[in-house]
Each structure stands twice: as C-alpha cells, then as structure tokens.
Ligand binder design. Sequence first.
Ligand SMILES: Nc1ncnc2c1ncn2[C@@H]1O[C@H](COP(=O)(O)OP(=O)(O)OP(=O)(O)O)[C@@H](O)[C@H]1O
Length: 233
Amino acid sequence: MAEGVDLPVRHVLPDPPTAAGAPVSYALQLRDLWLRLGREVILRGVTLDVAAGEGVTLLGENGAGKTTLLRLLASGLRPTRGEGRVMGFDLRDGRAVRDHIHLMPVDAGLYPDLSCAENLAFALKMHGQKGNESAALRRVGLEAAVHRRVRFLSAGMRKRLALARAHLLARPLTLVDEPFANLDTAGRQLVLELLGELRATGVTLLIAAHEPELAQQVAPRALRLAGGVLHEV
Ligand SMILES: Nc1ncnc2c1ncn2[C@@H]1O[C@H](COP(=O)(O)OP(=O)(O)OP(=O)(O)O)[C@@H](O)[C@H]1O
C-alpha cells in the first residue's frame, strides 16, 4: 500500500474571492493533490498554479495519469488528499466547477443516439447558452452530417463534432484530452485554429497530448506527468 495518501485534507489555499462576479486571477490552484485509484497511486502531491487565460500542454507517457488528472479537475474524481481550486471554486464543489469548465474527453463524450445538431443544442442548453449550431458544424466540415446520428460518424468526425462543441461553449476553463488523435492533417490544423481562437477570447486551455510540437502552438507552457509527479518542462 502506498504511504501517506489517506491523511486529512490540509487547507493551504487562501479563501476564494467573496465579491460576486469578481474575476479570478487563477484558473487552477492545486496544492499537494494525491489520488489513489484502487491499489494504484496515480497522483503524488501535484501542486500547480495556472493563471486565467494561460495555455498549458500536459505531456506524459501512456498511463502517466493525464486523463485522470483532467477528470479530477472536471470534478469527475475526488482527490484522496490535498486542496484545489478551479476557477476559484473548491475542487470538491462539483456543481460550481462543472458550471465553469468543459472537458473534451479522448472518446469525444457525445450522445450516440442524438444527431450532430442535437448534441450541440443539448450542450448549449445544459449551460444555459445560445449559439449557432449550423455555423459551428460548417466550421468543422460537418455540414453534410447535421442530422446524422453520432453512432454513424467516423472517429475523426466525432472528434470534429467534439471540437465544435468545445468552441461553441467556450467555457472559461477548457480541458482537452488528446485533440489531435484520429484526425487527418486538415483536422489537426482545424484543432489549432479553433483552440487558438478560444485562447484569444481569454479561455484557459489545458491540453493533454502526445504531440507537444502541435499542442504548444496554442498552449505554450508544458508540464510533464511522470511517476505521479508533475514537472515543468
Ligand atoms: N477507474 C480506474 N481505476 C483504477 N485505475 C485506473 C482507473 N482509471 C485509470 N486508472 C489507471 O490510472 C493510470 C493513468 O491512466 P490515464 O488514463 O490517466 O493515463 P494517460 O496518461 O491519460 O494515458 P494515455 O496517454 O495512454 O491516454 C493507469 O495506470 C490506469 O490504469
């Protein structure tokens, strides 16, 4: 069994801003985060500050824990120990965190029995947002598949749809897991364009990728996860 992962949470972060609507200066503040899944300790004391609007590329070998860290930041997993704030909200306050972030998962995370347009409309509705679904689908080259159900799309088309959704939602913190996988050259270029546009509007980007030369074009700061420890590259 790993040592020291069940100790009580230490409160080391300052109180969050109290003024309603006050802009947060940090999108992420993590202090000594540990995560154990089953018998495996995946994260070992991750400490990180990411300024609002920053672009960060998360690197690491297969199984290093990149997806797991993104899931934890999206409040899909609870840390075993440690403190964290996401857009100023406690990491354990799942509802508040989910209101401010969007996770584009590696498998795209779409509803297979909804059409492309319905997937986008549903995502907008869940966040109480309005947007132009048709224009978003045109932008990613899916105009001919507007009414096609997701289960009949190729892997690359699903990735394009997930990208259109992330771009349309433009949540203040957007977590992107392997955006370049399954895409052709034009698709990869599209990822760079759309994620670049998100950053230009002030969105904070955290991109897990195996292609640093691509990801760092839109998220220049590089971090590497190895042995559960996060290092600046
Ligand atoms: N639900 C779970 N229960 C137990 N272990 C898990 C669970 N989910 C992931 N893991 C383990 O966590 C470790 C990190 O997996 P993760 O998917 O985060 O890696 P990754 O860095 O994203 O890898 P890749 O580059 O291959 O996508 C792996 O050893 C994996 O087996």
